[in-house]
Ligand binder design. Structure first.
Ligand code: GDP
Length: 319
């Protein structure tokens, strides 16, 4: 039997770790591009073959891809913070935009059979006029991160029209116990766990009214695999279709930690309120369901419960 080979960028992140596990479980050989300091990322399975390099080094990455000749290419690497993108708009444009296009072109040069999956983002819609958003929602980013992701997203369609089996997955927020604490969900669950165990007194947050469509990260990785392996490539919104506010998340997290009277335990600080922040990002996953047979398997309450349980367990292990 010939083993399929996948090439993954951004393996050190939450999604990269879940994707690598899924691909390996499927018998796929996984090669990954890693920045030097990322090569020992906590959740990278040891079976992954790592290659040190920077996606932004377009020529070196092209040589590597042509040399490895993978069957599937997953582009998960990106400057992942909107805040950093304001500080470094040109680096963001280079890595999230141009380098993604270069990787598509490298994949195309490997051969007709190659499947390319781009991890796009709801940020390409900026502050949309209507909710939920779909594949037909106008692309109108409002920050350098979204603009660069939008360029890559539009380029996937261009490369597809040129014959590359390329799909762009417009991923809405997706969470897990592997989410870093700079994201609000993990900040909340680790903070709530600390309060529940008497290690902290208060949780300080920004805008509690922001509404997001939070999904379960392993489900989103499942959508990536399905997109790579379906007959016809396309663009797919990957979301649950259900939005919740940050306040809802806080309430659910305290509830799962056994605390009902949570309001005195939460403070807000303008330092955490963003100057420009989409108020309602909720996606319509109908197309992914119809064409990929994809469905979320863990709902909002299940996600909060799993994350709170994991953070409580971490504290209890370290105690
Ligand atoms: P994002 O949607 O990719 O920016 O993911 P985040 O998890 O960082 O933020 C989700 C929402 O939570 C945004 O609307 C933030 O403004 C809001 N939010 C409220 N308080 C906080 C906080 O203390 N930290 C973060 N990261 N986000 C917060």
């Amino acid at each position: 039997m010939v083993t399929a080979r996948a090439f993954v960028t951004g393996i050190g992140g939450q999604d990269g770790s879940y994707l690598a596990e899924r691909l390996l479980a499927d018998g796929t050989e996984v090669h990954a591009l890693v920045l030097r300091d990322e090569s020992a990322a906590t959740y990278t399975p040891p079976e992954v073959v790592t290659h040190v390099g920077d996606l932004g080094d377009v020529e070196a990455t092209r040589r590597l891809v042509l040399d490895l000749a993978p069957d599937e290419v997953y582009n998960l690497a990106a400057i992942s913070s909107v805040a950093q993108s304001w500080d470094e708009p040109d680096l963001t444009a280079h890595v999230n935009g141009l380098a993604a296009v270069a990787l598509m072109e490298s994949a195309r040069q490997v051969g007709d059979h190659v499947r390319f999956v781009q991890a796009s983002s709801a940020e390409i819609f900026g502050e949309p006029d209507a909710s939920p958003q779909s594949e037909r929602t106008p692309v109108r980013p409002l920050n350098p991160y979204g603009a660069a992701k939008a360029f890559a997203h539009l380029s996937v369609a261009v490369q597809r029209s040129r014959g590359l089996h390329a799909s762009s997955l417009v991923l809405y927020n997706h969470e897990s116990p592997r989410r870093p604490e700079r994201f609000v969900t993990r900040k909340i669950t680790s903070g709530v766990a600390a309060i529940a165990r008497g290690r902290a007194d208060i949780l300080t947050l920004g805008n509690l009214d922001a509404r997001r469509d939070w999904g379960w990260a392993p489900d989103y990785v499942d959508a990536m695999l399905r997109a790579a392996r379906t007959d016809e490539a396309d663009d797919f919104v990957v979301a649950t279709g259900v939005g919740h506010t940050v306040r809802d998340f806080v309430e659910a997290a305290f509830r799962h930690a056994g605390i009902s009277d949570w309001e005195p335990l939460v403070a807000t600080d303008p330092a955490f309120v963003r100057p420009a922040d989409a108020t309602d990002l909720t996606g319509d996953p109908t197309h992914a369901r119809d064409r990929l047979g994809w469905e979320p398997t863990v709902d909002f309450d299940g996600i909060v419960a799993a994350m709170v349980a994991a953070d409580l367990a971490l504290l209890d292990e370290s105690a």
